[in-house]
Every structure is written in structure tokens, then in C-alpha cells.
Design a protein around this ligand. Structure first.
Ligand code: C2E
Ligand code: MG
Ligand code: MG
Ligand code: MG
Length: 280
């Protein structure tokens, strides 16, 4: 209960806080049911080689179509799942779904899956789930990439390195997601040997105007060439942004300019006809 008096008291009783608490509790309770009854869906967004417009990979992005509340953003429900014990169930559903969908795609297109830091805290369970999809679905491990955020590196570096090594032995590849916004330093790029580093969307919108941001992006690309990882620019929406990114030497990009996340059916059909995205 709140203490009376003090200047924080008004904050403790704001009605919208009660409403958001209620919503979080409802979503947490409804998530398990939603998972069992088919309310979740995977959408896929292309990762494209800028010069050729070839799709090299698809990022799997989770969607929750709630029967009463409508489409709920993963930015809202993933943190809720992470605070309950549901994130591993969700994560395993995503792995299974992606393993089934990958069969519909041309062999040269890989699939990139977001993995929560909380899943990395149960390494045995994560490794078992990934081993299972490789074996049960005969998914070639080298077509699967796991996207980690910087926080997993900060949490428990030794355990993370060990888990990554175990998964790498299967042939799994790793991308560092949202680089440039979290807590990780440039030193992590050398320690963890990521295959890809995804530069956060916040850089895309400023790179053509802001010299300092452009210098940071150029530095990351320079390190990529020296250390041996590939940079992906996230969140590109305009031709101007694509040109500014390409000028830094970055070859891979993702964003609404190339395609929004969508269901596998129509996307797989178009990619089977051609993996090159038409110029727009
Ligand atoms: P993320 O992994 O960084 O994914 C990229 C996000 O940026 C996606 O949001 C995508 O729809 C959005 N995006 C892509 N291109 C553009 C663009 O040009 N402009 C703008 N404004 N946005 C763009 P989404 O799908 O809402 O996902 C949000 C976050 O939720 C993801 O960020 C990821 O951290 C998390 N997430 C999504 N699916 C999963 C999942 O299966 N498991 C886990 N653990 N997290 C997931
Ligand atoms: Mg991601
Ligand atoms: Mg990202
Ligand atoms: Mg993000």
C-alpha cells in the first residue's frame, strides 16, 4: 500500500496506471489460451542485398491476433511474456512454426528468429528446442539465424558464450539485434563473433542529415570488414535512407522500403517466382 504524504503520492494513484496494470494482467492470463487456440501468427520481413535487391533472409516477427482486443504489438506482449514463464513457450512455438514455414522458401533464403534473453537463461531448454527442430523437421541449421539483443550479452556473458558455442556446433548463426541503442560496447563485437550485426532503426532516420550518426555507422561497417561480420541496416523507409546507407559500404538492409512483415503464404509464392524484389 502507498504511504501517505510525500510528493510521489499522486503518481501512485494515477488511474491510467491501474488500467495498464489491469491490461497487463489480462494479457498475461490470456496469452496461454491464445497460444493454445491459434491466436498467434508469424509474419516475415525480407532482409535484402541492397545492390541486387535479392532477398537473403526473412526475419520472423510474432503477431497476436486477440479475439477481443485486436492485433497486439510484440513490443507490448513480449515484455509481459518475459516477466511470466511464458516466453519459452512462445519462443518454442515460434521455432516450430518457422521450421514448418522454411520448407516453403527457396533454399538460398534463410530465416532469422528473435530469441529473448530470458530463453538464454534456460540454456538447456533452448538448446533442446533448437536441436529438436533441426532433427524433427530436417531444417538445415545453416538456414537458421538467431537474433540476440545486447542485454543478453550483459546479463551473463560466460553462459551466453557457452550456449552460443553449443548452438554454433549445430551450424546455427547469430545476429546482434538493435545495435547502437543498448548497453553493449564495441568490444562485444570482437568477443562474441556474430555473423551479422543489425544497426538499430533509430540510425536510419538520421544518417542522411546527422554527421555524427553517419560516422558511427561507418565505424561499425569498417569494423565489420576487419573483424568479419556482416552489417544489416534496419528500418529503412525511403530511397534517401537506402542511398545514405549504401554509401557507407553496408550491403544488407531491412525496412518498409523493401517490404513490410507479412504472412508466409503470399510471400513464399512471390519468392518462389523470384527472390529479387521489384524496383519501386
Ligand atoms: P526487432 O527484432 O528489432 O524487429 C524489427 C521491428 O521493426 C519489427 O517490429 C518490424 O516490424 C519493425 N520494422 C521493420 N522495418 C521497419 C521500418 O521500415 N519502419 C518501422 N517504423 N518499423 C520497421 P515488430 O514486429 O513490432 O516487433 C517489435 C519487436 O518485438 C522486435 O524488434 C523484437 O524485439 C520483438 N519480437 C518480435 N517477434 C518476436 C519473437 O518471435 N520473439 C521475441 N523474443 N521477440 C520478438
Ligand atoms: Mg530482430
Ligand atoms: Mg531489430
Ligand atoms: Mg527493435
Amino acid at each position: 500500500e502507498a504511504k501517505t504524504g510525500g510528493k510521489n503520492r499522486a503518481c501512485l494513484f494515477r488511474p491510467e496506471m491501474a488500467a495498464s496494470f489491469r491490461r497487463r494482467t489480462e494479457l498475461e492470463n490470456e496469452m496461454r489460451e491464445g497460444l493454445a487456440s491459434g491466436q498467434f501468427e508469424l509474419h516475415y520481413q525480407p532482409i535484402v542485398e541492397i545492390a541486387s535487391r535479392k532477398v537473403v533472409a526473412l526475419e520472423a516477427l510474432l503477431r497476436w491476433n486477440h479475439p477481443a482486443k485486436g492485433r497486439i504489438s510484440p513490443a507490448e506482449f513480449i515484455p509481459i511474456a518475459e516477466r511470466s514463464d511464458l516466453i519459452s513457450d512462445l519462443g518454442e512455438w515460434v521455432l516450430e512454426r518457422a521450421a514448418t514455414d522454411i520448407v516453403l522458401l527457396p533454399g538460398e533464403v534463410s530465416v532469422s528468429i528473435n530469441v529473448s534473453p530470458m530463453q538464454f537463461r534456460q540454456p538447456g531448454r533452448l538448446v533442446a528446442a533448437i536441436r529438436a527442430i533441426i532433427e524433427d523437421h530436417a531444417v538445415p541449421a545453416d538456414r537458421l539465424e538467431l537474433e540476440l539483443t545486447e542485454s543478453v550479452l550483459v546479463d551473463d556473458p560466460d553462459q551466453t558464450l557457452a550456449t552460443m558455442a553449443e548452438l554454433r556446433a549445430f551450424g546455427i548463426r547469430f545476429a546482434l539485434d538493435d545495435f547502437g541503442t543498448g548497453y553493449a560496447s564495441i568490444g562485444y563485437l570482437a568477443t562474441y563473433s556474430f555473423d551479422k550485426v543489425k544497426i538499430d532503426r533509430s540510425f536510419a532516420s538520421v544518417i542522411s542529415e546527422n554527421e555524427a550518426s553517419r560516422s558511427i555507422v561507418e565505424l561499425v561497417q569498417h569494423l565489420a570488414e576487419r573483424i568479419g561480420f556482416t552489417v544489416v541496416a534496419e528500418g529503412l523507409e525511403s530511397r534517401l535512407q537506402v542511398e545514405a546507407i549504401a554509401a557507407t559500404g553496408i550491403c544488407l538492409a531491412q525496412g518498409y522500403f523493401f517490404g513490410k512483415p507479412e504472412a508466409i503464404g503470399p510471400l513464399a509464392k512471390r519468392l518462389s517466382a523470384s527472390i529479387v524484389i521489384p524496383e519501386r
